[in-house]
Design a protein around this ligand. Structure first.
Ligand code: S3P
Length: 440
C-alpha cells in the first residue's frame, strides 16, 4: 500500500454501458491457494483474484513451504506439501487487511505442530479473533499475546489435534472454515453445526479436492462432517467472478439513468446471491443470461438496466447471503422511494470497519437521510433525486466503504470525495479502471 492516503472525487456519471468482467471471487481464490497448498502435486488456478488480501495468503503459504507461482498467462500453479506438511514460518505472517486469510490460516496451523505469529494493519488489528481462538483452543492449539483476542498474536498448533463438534455461535463462514481446516489434519470426524447457512465454498471445494465431507440439512440447520487425516488431490480450478465485486456495478447501473450494463461471469452461489434478490424486490432490472456452471459454482452474465427503486424491509435471514453487500445496498436505499429498514446486522460492526457507523456517517455527510440503530440502518430515500454529494467521507481502511461511496458519487449532484482509495486494492484492484471503461 502507498504510504499516504489517496483521496479521489467520484463525479456524476454518464450511463454505464457495454460489457465488463469483474475479477475472481475472493473467497474462492483464498481457498484455491490454501487447499492447493495441502494437496500433493500441482493445482492450477485460472481467474485468481490478484488483490492484496489473496496475495497475503499466497505469501503466507510460501512461507510455510508451498510453491505458489504465477505463470505469464495469469495461471497460478501451487505445489502443495500435503495435509500435515506445513513448515514453521521463519518470520511473522503479515496479513495486511485480510480477516479471511488470518482466520482460515489459523485453522490450518491449529492442527500442524508449528508456531506462527500473525500481524495485520490497523483495521485488522481491531477485529475479533476470539471467535476462532475459542474452537481452535478446544482442538488443542494455544494462543499467546492476545489478551483482547486481537492481532498481533502467536499461535502454537497441536498434533494430533482433537476433532470437535462445534455449533457456530455467530453466522460466520470464516469460523466454520477455520474449524473444518483444522479438522483436515485431526484424527476422526470434525463437525460444524450452522444454525444459519453461510457461504459454502469450503465444503464444495474440499469435496472437489477429494476430502470425505458430508453436509446434512435438518430443520433449517446444516451439519457438516469432515473425516480428518484427509488426502487432498490437486485440482484445476476456474475461479468465477466475484458477486461481491459485481455488486458495486449492479447498483451503479441501477442508479445511473440510461445505464445498460452487462457484467460477465458472475458467481451466483445461493449462499452469496442475497443482494440480487433484494434489489429485484426493490424494483431493479437484473437479467441473468447464459446460466452455467464454472468450477462447480453457478454463474451467469448479468444484464442490468437503470430502474427506479422502492424502499423495503430487508429480512434479517437474508443477511449471511449478502453480508458484504450491505454498504452498497445502503447507497441504493438512499436513492429509493420510501423507507428501507435493515435489522440483524450486528456482524457489520466487526468487518474491515464498523460498517453501520461508517456508512451512516458517510451517507449523512453527502445529504442522505439515515438513522443508525444498534443492529441496522433505517434509510429514507430521495425517490430517485440525486443526493447532494460532498465529502470527504471517511473509509476507515475499508475497501467496501470506499467503493460504495464511489457509487454514491456517480448518483450525486456534485460528486463525492472519498478520503482514501488505497483499500480498494485489497479486493478489486481494477475497480476504477472498469468504472472508467463502463462510463466512457
Ligand atoms: C468470508 C466470509 C465472510 C465475509 C468475508 C469473506 C469467507 O466473513 O465477510 O469477506 O471467505 O469465508 P464472516 O465469515 O466473518 O461473515
Amino acid at each position: 500500500m502507498h504510504a499516504a492516503p489517496l483521496p479521489r472525487r467520484f463525479a456524476p456519471s454518464n450511463p454505464l454501458t457495454g460489457r465488463i468482467r469483474v475479477p475472481g471471487d475472493k473467497s474462492i481464490s483464498h481457498r484455491s491457494l490454501m487447499f492447493g497448498a495441502l494437496a500433493i502435486g500441482e493445482t492450477r488456478v485460472t481467474g485468481l483474484l490478484e488483490g492484496e488480501d489473496v496475495l497475503a495468503t499466497a505469501a503466507a503459504l510460501r512461507a510455510m513451504g508451498a510453491q505458489v507461482e504465477r505463470g505469464e498467462d495469469g495461471t497460478w500453479s501451487i505445489r502443495g506439501v500435503g495435509v500435515g506438511g506445513l513448515l514453521q514460518p521463519r518470520t511473522a505472517i503479515e496479513m495486511g487487511n485480510s480477516g479471511t486469510s488470518t482466520r482460515l490460516l489459523m485453522g490450518l496451523i491449529a492442527s500442524h505442530g508449528i508456531t506462527a505469529t500473525f500481524t495485520g494493519d490497523a483495521s485488522l488489528s481491531k477485529r475479533p479473533m476470539n471467535r476462532v481462538i475459542e474452537p481452535l483452543s478446544r482442538m488443542g492449539a494455544q494462543f499467546h499475546g492476545a489478551p483482547g483476542g486481537t492481532l498481533p498474536l502467536t499461535m502454537e498448533g497441536m498434533t494430533p489435534a482433537i476433532p470437535i463438534e462445534y455449533r457456530l455461535p455467530v453466522a460466520s463462514a470464516q469460523v466454520k472454515s477455520a474449524v473444518l481446516l483444522a479438522g483436515l489434519n485431526a484424527p476422526g470426524i470434525t463437525s460444524v453445526i450452522e444454525p444459519v447457512p453461510t457461504r459454502d465454498h469450503t465444503e464444495r471445494m474440499l469435496k472437489g479436492f477429494g476430502a470425505a465431507i458430508e453436509v446434512e440439512e435438518t430443520g433449517g440447520e446444516r451439519t457438516i462432517r469432515l473425516t480428518g487425516e484427509a488426502d487432498l488431490s490437486p485440482q484445476t480450478i476456474e475461479v468465477p467472478g466475484d458477486p461481491s465485486s459485481a455488486a458495486f456495478f449492479i447498483v451503479a447501473a441501477t442508479l445511473v439513468e440510461g445505464s445498460d450494463l452487462t457484467i460477465e461471469n458472475v458467481g451466483l452461489n445461493p449462499t452469496r446471491a442475497g443482494l440480487i434478490a433484494v434489489l429485484r424486490e426493490m424494483g431493479a432490472d437484473i437479467e441473468e443470461l447464459d446460466r452455467r456452471d464454472v468450477g462447480g459454482e453457478p454463474v451467469a452474465d448479468l444484464r442490468v438496466r437503470h430502474a427506479a427503486l422502492t424502499g423495503i424491509e430487508v429480512a434479517p435471514a437474508l443477511a449471511p447471503s449478502m453480508i458484504d453487500e450491505f454498504p452498497v445496498l445502503f447507497v441504493a436505499a438512499a436513492l429509493a422511494r420510501g423507507t428501507t429498514r435493515t435489522t440483524g446486522l450486528e456482524e457489520l460492526r466487526v468487518k474491515e470497519s464498523d460498517r453501520l457507523s461508517a456508512m451512516a456517517t458517510a451517507l449523512a455527510a453527502i445529504g442522505a437521510r439515515v438513522e443508525e440503530t444498534p443492529d441496522g440502518l433505517v434509510i429514507e430515500g430521495t425517490g430517485g433525486e440525486p443526493l447532494p454529494g460532498g465529502g470527504p467521507v471517511a473509509t476507515h481502511l475499508d475497501h467496501r466503504i470506499a467503493m460504495s461511496m464511489a457509487v454514491a458519487g456517480l448518483a450525486s449532484r456534485q460528486g463525492v470525495e472519498v478520503d482514501d482509495t488505497r483499500p480498494i486494492a485489497t479486493s478489486f484492484p481494477s475497480f476504477e479502471a472498469l468504472l472508467a471503461e463502463a462510463s466512457a
